[in-house]
Structure formats: C-alpha cells, structure tokens
Ligand binder design. Sequence first.
Ligand code: SER
Length: 310
Amino acid sequence: MGTAPPTADQLRSTFIDFFVAKGHTAVPSASLIPHDPTVLFTVAGMVPFKPYFLGDEVPPYNRAVTSQKCARAGGKHNDLDDVGRTKRHLVFFEMLGNFSFGDYFKREAIPWSWELVTEGFGFDGDRLWITVHHSDDEAEAIWHEEVGVPMDRIQRLGDKDNFWQMGDTGPCGPCSEIHIDRGPAFGPEGGPLNDPHGDRFMEFWNLVFMQYDQGSDGTRTALPKPSIDTGAGLERILCLMQGVDAVWETDLMMPLIDQACSLTGKRYVAGDYEHRESFAMRVLAEHARSATMLVSDGVFPSNEGRGYVL
Ligand code: SER
C-alpha cells in the first residue's frame, strides 16, 4: 500500500483483494432496499445473505467478500440521532465484510482479521483490544493462544455489546470485536469494558459467529451450519489510516462539509463538538450523502416507511 495513507477506493480494494486471495468470491453491493421485510434498510453486510445463513437457499459460493452499502436509520440498528454528535456515527456507510456459509468458522476468521489489520492496514497490534461474548471461551482461546493477544487486552462483555442480531428475528450469534486504543486524549483507561461506547477504544471490526435463528416467539434454534459474518466500517478504518480525528475529516466526508460551508456561508471547526454550526455542517454533509444513496437505490420521499425516513 506504500507509505501514503490510502484513499477510500484503495482501502476497499485492499480488503476485497485480501479475502479473494483466501478463496472468497467478490460480490457486488446489494441495494439499500432489502428483499427482507424484517428490516427497513440494508443495515449490515449480511442482510442480502440471510437465506444462505438460514439454509433456505443454497449459496452459489461458500465464501463471499463485499463492501455493502448500509443505512442505519430505523428499527434495531439506528444511528440517526448520533450523526454529527460523535466522531464515528453515520446513517449511510460502507461495511466491509467476509462471510462463510457453513464453511470456515472462528479458527480461520479470527487470525485472518488480525493478519489484515496488522499487516495489511499496518495497525500496531499493541494498541488493539479484543472483546468476546462472556460465554465464548473458544474465541478467547484463539485470540490468546493462536493470535498471541495478551489476556489483559481481551475482555468479556455481555449480550448488549457482544451478541449480534439482524433484527427482532433472524440469524444471530455471539460476536467478537476489534477496538483500537486512540490514546488518553480520547478518554479514560481500562479498555472497551470501562468505556464501551466512548471514542478512546474505537470499535472498527465485528466478527459474528452466526449460530442461531431468533424466532418471533423468543426461541432460538440452531442454524443448519455455524457460519461467519464480519463487518468492518470503511469510514472508521479510513479515519484511523488517514490519521484524522474523526470520520468527518476523511477524504469521503470533508469535501461534502466544505460544500455545505460554501453553500451556507457557515464556518466549520474540525473537532469542535460544542459548536452548533459545525454540528449542522456535519449533519448537512452526512444527510446529503445518505439521501443521495437512498434515492439512487430507488427510495422516494413519502409519508411512510423508507420514504418517510428519507
Ligand atoms: N453483522 C455484524 C454487524 O453489523 C457484522 O457484520 O456488526
């Protein structure tokens, strides 16, 4: 990748090429309008693959890699109210993901994520913290014994943070997240356990060990085969690799903020989260981008459903 930080396009290619070399089929992003009626938008990379996880359809490949367009503005996964207020939340974002449909499981997915993050992205392994579901001895052992992460940087969290489900129903399972320590200027010590939703230990990659189907009656049944669903936020990784404070200052968002300033005659102060005008410029930039992506996938303004959100 060279010494210059990557552009968004280069980062996307690095991710996809890495997993193609590991036997994955590169699949184009699906629409933001899901086929699945249980979610309003495509909220994660796994949504288009739901029938494969459930065993309802036979996948044409058993490993896939995507950069999936996602929107989180409604239902269980909703980041709308955080936009502009934090350094990392967006309604529209791209989720980089590698998937196994009953093929490989934790023993491959975990070391591959570490290899790409440390060797491909060049992140310092000593700054990475891992969380696992409190019941997941196996994932913890792989991170520690096979990857070599010291036990004091592996923490166990409960269902709220380390169990992922697509919606009220559907495929789900315990998960393991990779966080990077951005340093004392970003928050308190103690790892993600101490500050799970702050800026210091920023989560940028989630590995879901898909094992169950959540039913509407509250029961969980085992999936036909354990599978892998991972999701890494392109904009968050870009922020880290470009060495900027927030997703707002990446090459994806900054030109939109500049345009919002030039159209409105307002001022943007990077890093100032108390300044109302800067908040407004971030919101304008983000919502213009999200609205463009929604309209281009066929959502139209209306007084209900997706159109109401738009
Ligand atoms: N589905 C998981 C998530 O959205 C991992 O891709 O975090």
